[in-house]
Design a protein around this ligand. Sequence first.
Ligand code: PLP
Length: 385
Amino acid sequence: MDRAGIYLDHNATTPLAPEALEAMMPFLREAYGNPSGASHRHGAEARDAVEAARGEIAKLMGAGQAEIVFTSCATESNNLAIKGIAWAMRERGDTIVTTAIEHRSVLGPCRRLESDGFRIRTVAVDGEGRVDPASVAAAIDDRTILVTVMHANSEVGTIQDVAAIGRICREKGVPFHTDATQSLGKIPVDVGEIGCALLTASGHKIYGPKGAGVLYIRRRTRLVPLLDGGGQERDRRSGTLNVPAIVGFGVACRLARERMDGDAQRERALRERLRVGIFARVEGVHLNGPLEGRLPGNLNLSFDGLDGQALIESLKNVSASSGSACAAGSTDPSYVLRAMGMSEERAFGSVRFGIGRGNTEEQIAYALEEIARAVAKLRRLSAAP
Ligand code: PLP
């Protein structure tokens, strides 16, 4: 077994692909030029590398190269999309339509805008975390300036029918933003098929480095930048580009394009092995989220009578996460599971397993035994007088 333990938290972040690391190294050492503006050789070298990465990222999502804006992370991309549109469209309306299960980096900017006088309309989800496109249509009115609905959920892996939502938005003339941070590189993502004006993604979720995100912005979309300054990224996002991270992100996107189908098949098979194995060995366990229409590597389970956080802390050599630990330091029950109609107890008892590229059958077999052991032990302890 891996000395570092078995990593089953790929929805939180992924290890850096060796190919991405290798491509990044020259840009951390000798190729340190600033890609913006400078006409000398050092600048041109960095600029060429950034543009090659931009091309790879654009290709993975079916976008034009000029529609890709580099940011520092998906959190920044979501803030830029939501606040940028709200500020640009202020004269046209004041309402943003979203869902109750978005990542905090979507809900946070929405709350901020609400306190600045914007109106937020939150669409409900069903028991498996699915948004009904008809509910989105019903929530749009003549004051709506943006619809933001995530592609795949980070906790339960539910994949939304974003193409249907995109069609509705186009018919109603409202820009559609989707947070594809969990889906890009895992399942097909095509901005044309989705029909979105804006799409968010992040390097570190797809075996790229931390520190690089992107926002796809469809041509002619009006948006006010968050950062004003040197006018980089066609004036959408000022600031010197993080060249090594962008280069690594580009390589990660190329690898994702080459490996997506194979990875998805393998991860789904391992996920099913883990799910079926746990259900066979452990009583009082529930699947959160759907079986179909779910990210291939995601498994979210609730264990009756257990605290998910206590369970993951007692797993030896297995890294997973509990719903309540999704935001740093939070011990609240997962708001995603609560919005799906689950009781507080079931939400507290949830654990998320995120299977990824490096996991093997042997690791899953070990994790299975370890989970069964830890659950039995915690239940014994809590049953003791
Ligand atoms: N959006 C979703 C759906 C996520 O899962 C995450 C990370 O967990 C983010 C946004 C934030 O990503 P980043 O760490 O790149 O800011």
